[in-house]
Design a protein around this ligand. Sequence first.
Ligand code: GLU
Length: 425
Amino acid sequence: MSEPSLATWSLTGAPSFGLNRFLAAARPSATYQVMDRVAAKRASGAQVISLSAGEPDFDTPMHIREAGITAIRTGQTRYTQVAGLRSLREAIAQKFERENGLPVDWRDTLVCSGGKQVIFNAMAATLNEGDEVIIPAPYWVSYPEIVQLCGGKSVVVPCASERGFKLMPASLRAAITPATRWIILNSPSNPTGAVYSRDELLTLAEVLLEHPRILVFSDEIYEHLIFDGAEFHTIAQVEPRLRERTLTMNGVSKAYAMTGWRIGFGTGPRWLIENMEKLQSQQTSGACTISQHAALAALTGPQDSVREARRILQQRRDMMVALLNRAPGLHCDSPAGAFYAFPSCRGVIGKISAAGARLSSDEDVATALLDETGVATVHGSAFGLPGFIRIAYALDDRTLARACNLIIDFCHSLKPSFGASEHAR
Ligand code: GLU
């Protein structure tokens, strides 16, 4: 492993020699950076339509909010066990059994403060310096940074848009080395919305069965947001022989519009869950008690809000994809799940914006879009695949249509680059 440079990321005002070297070499969350930029622009009076934040625009359903209020009113305001309320862990075990066909003992579950903490705990509990983690790209921005913070090394495997941004078994096989410790799978995917079929998971599982030391992390936070009647599959169910080394992660944030409640959970082999619990006991002591009661109501209560969210998001997806494909230079395939689209912007790279910005990269495209039209997106290179932008479309129809039309106008107003126009003359 190459030595991370202390100067890679120096925090303002903090002497870089005082930082932990893994932190010094890590980057802050790119999604949060864009969200912060949006907040700053709005605070200065600018109108911004944010297609950047990955969170549903729906409100948390009322019965879930009421459960949180009842928890406060009835004095459920003390610590829970580190691994979470027993009743919630039982509900989580039942959820995995009912929805994913995984026979889960409640003792093999862990409740964390958001899905991110499940990932962090798993990596911190298992990685030693030099251990490798295979991450198919495009990936969610936080995977490589969490691996970096835990002293591991990300092995990024590019997945072509022509193959639906999905990892192919041959690419997986080629990425495995004796140092491989984990592979992180994410279906439906953030940022592409790609969903792995049963057969696709089986072909990946076949490769993994040849390597018994590799652990599998399956991030399924967008499980319920899957369209066109498609069925969701999870690797531990599709290949039960991988169960003893798979950590299946989920949470209430996306399905129940509960991003601010910060509840994620996972199930996996007991040795791993127990060690993640040990880590958590010295860290947060456990997830917020009130949020845990609300999460219990989410998992055990009526599920119609989830079905409704899926229906609405599918309609928005269709409208958005149709509009984006009218923008010259953009190309958008229809995502199968989540609430993200990942259109190619390669056709506008090299052009010059109406305000004179030279668009040399996807980051320039996202920056010019925000500065010149007030539409915030996240550049694809933050997700490990340059030449694309991520659009989060969990936004009401009218605002979403307005944002798409602004993007179309922006693309129409682009001029060929100086070099290209000179050439044309
Ligand atoms: N997961 C969401 C996103 O990708 C929320 C922000 C974050 O945690 O990255 O936008």
